[in-house]
Design a protein around this ligand. Structure first.
Ligand code: ARG
Length: 594
């Protein structure tokens, strides 16, 4: 049973009776939890419409309200307060415990969603800028899934761009691939370390040496045309890189359905370009094929030098590039072709891109273009979920002491170091798996507690504390419950216990747990609507805290009265399950012990 829905229905019945509009129904959790669990503020708006006092309206609503699940009271000047009856809370909790998904509702209208996140670039090392996309994307994907959407996750590797040509140009200059060009010579082995050295070198050179950049552009085109030996070298680089990227993502608890990249869109590029050409949407610009996507009113007039000069405009929305002047594909091309490919394969209702917010205009351009060309139907939702920067404690982009960009692997090490220290304080040493589990939870919870679009401060000490609103606190609460239930020898009786309606909400602490549980279950939907996990993090923290208070105030294992003790234990079991359910969406583990 969903208590909020029951209350809502009771309000509808009463409103019908009083002849008030359903549009005016409001029902929220109470601002004063000491007095009430839910409140309805409808009387204020209705009173204005019917020219009477909120008190009169509120009382007429109350007079017609079914009070089976809650005691209802009036609070000046026009509030309606609901205090859920203990029996109703017990019933809701018992039902949840007996239900595999803890009675978590599903979305009324389910959708097929392609989720694009991760987005690592082949040949380039993963760094701090690649942290948030997999963290936010994975959790959002899991949230959609648990609420009933069909989700296809695709990491969309950056594997078709200039960095590939640059890397190969540098490998060639450094003699790694000589054997391909001169049979008397040998190739040198290319490893991950090689790539980590060669790409940064090449990236520096491209800004200083025009010839080198041109060569890299030429190689990029040769790769895209699958010309040997560039194609073979490209595939080798891709494989080395992807292996490492996979390992990093797995450490972060991220798993993708599709390991596609920009390169997988290549086979659709011709078809897609033709669609634009056939519709007369393309024009030539310095040899390149472009599509104008700017709309009326988006042109900014450029000040004329002479009054007789023609009026020129600066455009804040530059055109989409379908082909470079040398015929190569660019970032716009592959993203547009990928939308085509996803529609061929899955025809989703929505595509969600979890990417650095600085790429907003790239996506806006591509989204406009695919709508113009009919590659994406008008009703299909294309959403850009831009995330902010990870900052250091100084409020500036997170860097190493020497000012270099921080590698993703260093971050993973840093977070597990933090966890290792805390564990040592608790007497647990040499448990690397646990240190990683805690570190990942610390980092994820720290990130996901913020709205994605906000920058946030990466504060390892704060994130890895076992107290306060942190991932490790949630884990610690779960571990405590695990150990409590195993001491009570409940672990293997779980399923048996679940069906016996043992929970009997009987004191204020238990009421708080019950109400926090209802809030937690509702926060999944708030998180869904906001495309941000922060509501779930907050509700989960409040829920875990409500258990801590109960745990400190109650003797659970030594309780003499059998029914009482069983009620406590069944409640603890539900709490553990609810914590695990939320953690599974936030994509971190609840350890047995810590
Ligand atoms: N590889 C890109 C980058 O590092 C991110 C990819 C995002 N997804 C996309 N469909 N463009 O910036």
């Amino acid at each position: 049973m969903n208590i909020k829905k029951i209350l809502y229905k009771a309000l509808e019945d009463s409103f019908l009776h009083c002849d008030y509009s359903f549009d005016d129904i409001t029902l929220t959790f109470s601002n004063r939890p000491e007095e009430a669990d839910f409140q309805c503020n409808s009387a204020f708006a209705i009173a204005k419409k019917v020219h009477t006092s909120p008190e009169v309206v509120a009382n007429s609503i109350i007079a017609n309200l079914n009070q089976d699940v809650a005691d209802v009271s009036f609070a000046k000047p026009g509030f309606i307060n609901f205090k859920i009856k203990d029996e109703a809370l017990s019933k809701a909790l018992n039902e949840a415990l007996a239900n595999e998904r803890l009675c978590l509702d599903e979305l009324e209208e389910k959708e097929t969603v392609v989720m694009d996140y991760g987005g690592a670039n082949v040949a380039k090392e993963l760094h701090v800028g690649h942290l948030r996309s997999p963290v936010i994307g994975e959790s959002l994907a899991r949230l959609h899934k648990i609420l009933g959407n069909k989700v296809i996750t695709d990491t969309h590797l950056g594997d078709w761009g200039l960095q590939m040509g640059l890397t190969i140009a540098q490998l060639k200059d450094d003699g790694y691939i000589d054997g391909y060009f001169d049979p008397s010579k040998k190739n040198k082995e290319i490893t991950l370390d090689t790539l980590n050295e060669e790409y940064p070198k090449a990236s520096r050179r491209k800004n200083e040496e025009e010839d080198f950049r041109k060569k890299a552009e030429e190689y990029t085109k040769l790769i895209q045309d699958k010309v040997e030996p560039y194609w073979t070298v490209y595939q080798e680089i891709r494989e080395i890189s992807v292996k490492r990227i996979k390992a990093n993502y797995e450490n972060l608890g991220c798993f993708f359905d599709l390991w596609y990249g920009e390169s997988n869109a290549a086979e659709y590029v011709d078809t897609v370009v033709k669609m634009f050409v056939d519709k007369g949407l393309t024009r030539e610009h310095e040899g390149a094929i472009v599509v104008d996507v700017a709309r009326e009113g988006e042109n900014i007039p450029i000040e004329k030098k002479n009054p007789d000069d023609p009026q020129l405009y600066k455009n804040p929305m530059p055109p989409v590039f379908l082909k470079k002047s040398n015929g190569a594909d660019v970032y716009d091309t592959t993203d547009i072709a990928t939308i085509y490919q996803r529609n061929q394969d899955y025809n989703p209702d929505r595509m969600i891109y979890v990417v650095d917010k600085r790429q907003a205009s790239h996506f806006e351009k591509c989204f406009r273009a695919v709508k113009m060309a009919g590659i994406s139907e008008a009703s299909q939702k294309l959403e850009f979920l831009g995330f902010g920067t990870v900052n250091g404690k100084d409020g500036k982009a997170f860097k190493t002491r020497s000012g270099d960009t921080i590698k993703l692997e260093d971050i993973i090490n840093l977070i597990s170091d933090g966890a290792r220290k805390k564990l040592a304080e608790n007497g647990i040493v040499d448990n690397e798996k646990l240190a990683l589990q805690i570190g990942v939870a610390a980092m994820k919870f720290g990130d996901l507690s913020n709205a994605p679009s906000k920058d946030y401060i990466f504060d390892i000490d704060k994130f890895s504390s076992f107290e306060g609103k942190t991932g490790p606190y949630i884990q610690y609460t779960g571990a405590r419950l695990n150990s409590l239930l195993s001491k009570a020898e409940m672990t293997d009786k779980f399923d048996y216990l679940s069906s016996l309606n043992l929970i009997d909400v009987a004191d204020e602490n238990q009421r708080k747990i019950a109400v926090s549980f209802i809030k937690l279950q509702e926060s999944y939907f708030t998180a869904y609507k906001e495309s941000s996990l922060s509501a779930l993090c907050t509700a989960l923290f409040d829920f875990a805290s409500s258990f801590s208070k109960f745990y400190n105030d109650t003797r659970i294992l030594t309780e003499k009265q059998e029914t009482k003790k069983n009620s406590y234990l069944a409640l603890c079991l539900l709490i553990l399950k609810a914590i695990k359910q939320a953690a599974s969406v936030l994509a971190f583990e609840i350890p047995e012990k810590m």
